[in-house]
Structure formats: structure tokens, C-alpha cells
Design a protein around this ligand. Structure first.
Ligand code: OGA
Ligand code: MN
Length: 298
């Protein structure tokens, strides 16, 4: 395979998990891509919301350039996790910019552990992210796999009357709620430095703007409450739906290899990292986040 000029290379797709994730072959993300290749990737991404591209030894700048083919990029609200050199890079990493494992239990370290909870990226924004692109740079020897839940299939599997009932509901999401999910973080004075963002309201069931498929829109780490229900009733419903959507038949588990690049569509998926020994083992992942195209609609 010619790895130097990927625009001249045929791309191909190999499904991995139930029409949900797939590997693209024939790409070199450090080369410029032709518009046909970008279009082809975009089409694959609609068919398979989690795409895997292996063996991509790319720089942060290559990653940013690749991600910009799909839209403008977000700058993450957590100052400690942004790359100082390349602010579009969100460092999902227990290693700081001085290349040291972060002090255990430090605020930045604790915040990172919150990626171990199920969530959808940027659900705290009025227009949540369209998709995320993550480069695996250092992988721990055990643990640290990423789970992805197929929220379209999870919605489709609900009984019709339940689908209809929940399609009328809305959820309050907030970034502050993420911090409240960590006992350690919420009880300390220094909760980290974040840009403040107002609470937002999103439908519980959203329709994908391109495929038009309906899916559950859950993001447990930002979901405060259901707007139309009493607090306790809303909590029970959300917990039931989270439990439903994360059953194994809806979940692809990615075991990382160095230089895997994953891209996932945040408009119909949710994800979580499996715990690993973040005191002793390094895990370095760099994320670029494509800004969403529209407010989520029921
Ligand atoms: C993310 C995230 C996944 C991972 O980048 O959005 O939640 O595998 N991390 O680190
Ligand atoms: Mn995430």
C-alpha cells in the first residue's frame, strides 16, 4: 500500500461491531487528503458512528489539520487539559505537559477520572460537539479500553409506547454537574479552572441531522434532571435508560494500540473509559473535537 500519498490510495472499510464500528484502511493522516477521500470518510462515518484508523504516527498539527476537514474545532473549557501549544488539542492524559504522571488525587487527575463515567462529549454546550477524533499515544498495559454505546440501537430496542413517552421529554445539562460527580472534586475549594458555561436544555431523544435516525441522548455526567418530571422520578428514568443503553449488545469495546485514531459521532453515541492504574501507568490520548452543526432536535 502506498502510504505517502493517501489521496491516490483506495480506501476500504472493514466492519468491526454490528454496523456500529468499522476500520478504514488505506489512509495516511499526515498527508493531505483529496476531497474524494474526505467525502468517502464522511460517508463511512454516517454508516459507522465509530471509525478506527490504525497505525497513524501523527503530530498534533496533523491531527488538527485532519479534524478541520469535518468542521471548526472546539477549545475545551478545562484550562488544565488543553495543550498550551495547540489549544484545539484536549489532552485526555494522566501525564502533564512536563511529561510526568500527574500528582495522584490532584484536581487535574481527578477531573480526568470523570471520563471513566459514561458521557457524550460537550453535552453541556447548547450545540454539543458533532464528533471527536482521538489519537492514542501511550496506552497502559491493562485497562483503559474505551466503550462506545450505540444510542440509535438502544432507542430502537425500547417498546413503542416508551419511545413515544420519552420523546416528549427534555433534560437539563451542565458542565458544573461533571464536577459534582466526583466526591473528591466537589468537596474541594480548588475545583480546577474552567470557562463558565450556562446550564442548557436538550431533548432526551434526538434525531440525527443527516441520517434522520432517532437516538437516546444521554450524557450521565452532565444530566442534572428531566425538565418535565419531579426530581426523583426523572432520576429513576434516567438511570433506567442509562442501564438499558449500556447493555453489552449495544456496546463496542475498543482495546487501544499505539497510534490508533478513533473518530466517533457524538450525535448518536455515548462513551466511557474503563479504569486503569492511573497512579502508576501512563495513558496519553489527544483529542480534537468538531463543533456541532445544529442544536439537538427531537
Ligand atoms: C474523550 C474521552 C476517551 C478515552 O476523549 O472524549 O472521553 O479513551 N476519552 O480517553
Ligand atoms: Mn469523552
Amino acid at each position: 500500500m502506498n502510504t505517502l500519498a493517501s489521496q491516490d490510495t483506495e480506501l476500504s472499510i472493514t466492519p468491526r461491531f454490528c454496523g456500529f464500528s468499522a476500520t478504514i484502511e488505506g489512509l495516511n493522516l499526515s498527508a493531505s487528503l483529496s476531497s474524494q477521500s474526505i467525502q468517502q470518510i464522511q460517508n463511512y462515518w454516517l454508516d459507522y458512528p465509530v471509525l478506527v484508523i490504525t497505525k497513524q504516527n501523527i503530530s498534533d498539527l496533523d491531527q488538527v489539520k485532519f479534524a478541520k476537514n469535518f468542521g471548526d474545532l472546539e477549545i475545551h473549557p478545562s484550562v488544565a487539559h488543553r495543550s498550551t501549544k495547540t489549544p484545539e488539542i484536549y489532552r485526555v492524559s494522566n501525564v502533564d505537559e512536563n511529561n510526568q504522571i500527574m500528582e495522584a488525587k490532584s484536581t487535574a487527575w481527578q477531573y480526568l477520572e470523570l471520563t471513566w463515567l459514561w458521557h457524550t462529549d460537550s453535552s453541556f454546550r447548547e450545540i454539543p460537539s458533532l464528533g471527536s477524533i482521538l489519537h492514542g499515544i501511550e496506552i497502559p498495559p491493562t485497562g483503559g479500553d474505551t466503550l462506545f454505546a450505540d444510542m440509535t440501537k438502544a432507542f430502537d430496542a425500547l417498546p413503542k409506547p416508551e419511545q413515544e413517552r420519552i420523546s416528549t421529554l427534555n433534560v437539563f445539562h451542565s458542565h458544573d454537574y461533571i464536577v459534582s460527580q466526583s466526591k473528591a472534586l466537589s468537596s474541594r475549594e480548588n475545583k480546577g479552572q474552567y470557562e463558565s458555561l450556562p446550564r442548557v436544555k436538550h431533548p432526551l431523544v434526538r434525531r440525527h441531522p443527516v441520517t434522520k435516525k432517532q437516538s437516546l441522548f444521554l450524557s450521565p455526567h452532565t444530566m442534572e434532571s428531566i425538565v418535565e418530571l419531579k426530581e426523583q422520578e426523572g432520576r429513576v428514568l434516567l438511570d433506567d435508560l442509562i442501564h438499558h443503553a449500556t447493555q453489552h449488545q449495544f456496546v463496542y469495546r475498543h482495546k487501544w494500540k499505539v497510534d490508533d485514531v478513533l473518530m466517533w459521532d457524538n450525535r448518536c453515541t455515548m462513551h466511557a473509559v474503563l479504569p486503569y492504574d492511573s497512579i502508576n501507568h501512563r495513558r496519553v490520548m489527544h483529542r480534537t473535537t468538531v463543533i456541532g452543526d445544529s442544536v439537538p432536535k427531537a
